[in-house]
Design a protein around this ligand. Structure first.
Ligand code: GRF
Length: 216
């Protein structure tokens, strides 16, 4: 059997190209880089798209030798020009999957449509509860005893698309917001690479709101 090339999977097919979108610390980006190295999913981490020049994730991409593009909203007169520039980068790099990891902007319906069922997001709560940018804090302050992490496809609505994976996390009496945040991030860093693996292996099938996962 011919040895597979670095850009191919074991069946000789072209490996999928992933773009991660992030605006901040990038702990999920770091976890995705480590998972790719360990072979938890077999795909090329082809691009980081970042909109914030001060984001720590940019340094992480540099250290990991992942190509990064900084696309600042203020450099464009409209949201659609901004997104068209991002789309150009995605097309140049033949991106098959967009992984949203703390990208602090809502994607327009046009971009979502263009990459329909090829964009996934991670949310630090059990959707449909506690949508929005303060999912961990809102769940903690509400007093729920169980929260968790959700990975889902992105559609036109915020934190809304079909759910791929969820993992519950108990909130104990002794938990503070900080300990809960640490627990959530630990789970995120494991769950997101698993969801990416399912996508790149073609194991996800969307039926309405349900995501069917074929046997591993
Ligand atoms: C994560 O908690 C994720 O669930 C949310 O944004 C946060 C990003 O954190 N969407 P990091 O930048 O990956 O550390």
């Amino acid at each position: 059997m011919r040895k597979s090339m670095p850009h191919e999977n074991h069946k000789g097919a072209r490996m999928k190209n992933i773009a991660v979108f992030a605006s901040g610390k990038g702990s999920n980006f770091g976890a995705i880089v480590r998972a790719a190295k360990k072979g938890i999913f077999k795909a090329n981490l082809a691009l980081l798209v970042c909109d914030n020049p001060k984001a720590l994730v940019l340094g992480k991409a540099k250290r990991a030798a992942v190509k990064a593009v900084l696309v600042k909203r203020e450099d464009f007169s409209s949201k659609s020009d901004f997104e068209n520039n991002i789309i150009q980068h995605l097309e140049e790099n033949k991106i098959d999957l967009i992984v949203m990891a703390g990208f602090m902007r809502i994607l327009s319906a046009e971009l979502v449509n263009r990459f329909r069922n090829k964009i996934i997001n991670i949310h630090p709560a059990l959707l449909p509860s506690f949508k929005g940018s303060r999912g961990i804090k809102d769940a903690f302050l509400y007093g729920v005893k169980v929260t968790g992490v959700t990975v889902h496809f992105v559609d036109e609505l915020m934190d809304h698309g079909p759910i791929i994976l969820q993992k519950e996390i108990k909130i104990e009496e002794s938990d503070t917001l900080e300990t809960l945040e640490a627990k959530i991030h630990k789970v995120e860093h494991k769950l997101y690479p698993q969801a990416i693996a399912l996508f790149v292996e073609g194991k996800l099938r969307i039926e309405g709101r349900k995501v069917r996962i074929s046997a591993l």
